[in-house]
Design a protein around this ligand. Structure first.
Ligand SMILES: [Zn+2]
Length: 316
């Protein structure tokens, strides 16, 4: 049996992770290197050189005595959790093939459920920020998809009540359509032509060749300079097996399994974050060794997301 090189690649084992980031000092050193790669720089006066105040885990500028932390200005700001708890949460959320629920995270980390829940949401915001500038090119399969709503009875798919619509775009190699490269997943309010135009300008390179099932709104991709090839899709099972849409149908199928398996039901408020999480992991599946460093960089580069913002609105 042929081995799938992507699925069988060597990742970062939990043992190796613990050896690198198992203590508070190791985590803090990693944060210091990320925040001040050329040595400490005071955010107030700009001078170098600081004392480290062990009891409060703060750096104090030698020149102006301003006190600061490695987490200031990041999504970790104001958190009272040990850094190693954040690091393990980042590992657990990035390294599996599938997402894990806040309940599982709570068990792994030994924290309260609300703590695990907001920790996860903040890390998902960092994943969303890291993927916000993703652009697709070459050949792109595009389709509409829906999350949530009634699970039994009632209408399915387009127009079903309570469903949260989202857009799925998958880049494949131009010549080999089975060679899937990247995906972009976007929660949308509707499938109107102007919605697709706005999305395409942001997410598609000019010159992209887009293949769709011909849903009226998809002609909006032309606003980005992309060409559009509508292919009439056969309904039902036959449609899902069509060669032209194999990549996008596979991504939708995996995504639905992941969202249903983890959160059972996804509200409109949280859907963008769950989509961003899936997109972040999917687009880095070629190099599992690099996925934790990528998430670490995202968490340290993403500005603070207070809990009130996580509750009231979706990020990304
Ligand atoms: Zn200073």
């Amino acid at each position: 049996m042929a081995i799938n090189r992507i699925q069988f690649q060597k990742g970062l084992s939990f043992r190796d992770f613990q050896a690198r980031y198992g203590t508070e000092v190791q985590c803090r050193d990693a944060m210091v290197k990320a925040k001040w790669p050329h040595g400490f720089q005071c955010p107030k006066c700009g001078s170098g050189g600081a004392y480290f105040l062990v009891p409060r885990q703060l750096f104090q500028c030698k020149a102006c005595h301003h006190q600061t932390s490695v987490t200031v200005g990041t999504v970790m700001e104001s958190s009272h959790l040990p850094l190693r708890t954040w690091f393990e949460a980042m590992y657990r959320l990035s390294h599996g093939k599938h997402s894990i629920s806040a309940l599982e995270l709570k068990r792994y980390l030994g924290v309260r459920y609300p703590t695990a829940y907001y920790l996860k949401q903040k890390i998902l915001c960092a994943m969303s920020a890291a993927e916000s500038s993703r652009k697709l090119k070459d050949r792109v399969e595009i389709d509409d998809a829906y999350a949530g709503g009634a699970t039994h009875g009632g209408k399915r798919g387009r127009g079903a009540p309570g469903k949260q619509p989202f857009l799925v775009a998958v880049q494949t190699a131009m010549e080999n359509h089975r060679q899937v490269i990247y995906t972009v997943l976007k929660a949308v309010t509707d499938f109107k032509i102007e919605t697709i135009e706005a999305w395409a300008k942001k997410a598609l390179d000019p010159g992209t060749h887009v293949v769709s099932d011909g849903l009226h709104c998809f002609r909006g991709v032309a606003a980005s300079g992309a060409s559009h090839e509508p292919i009439k899709s056969e309904g039902g099972w036959k449609g899902s097996k069509m060669e032209a849409f194999q990549a996008v149908n596979t991504v939708i199928s995996n995504l639905k399994g992941n969202i249903l398996g983890v959160c059972r039901w996804c509200s409109a408020r949280h859907l963008p974050r769950y989509l961003a999480e899936h997109q972040f992991r999917f687009n880095r599946r070629f190099n599992l060794q690099a996925i934790f460093p990528a998430l670490f960089a995202a968490v340290t580069n993403t500005p603070p997301h207070p809990v009130r913002l996580l509750v009231s609105e979706a990020c990304g």
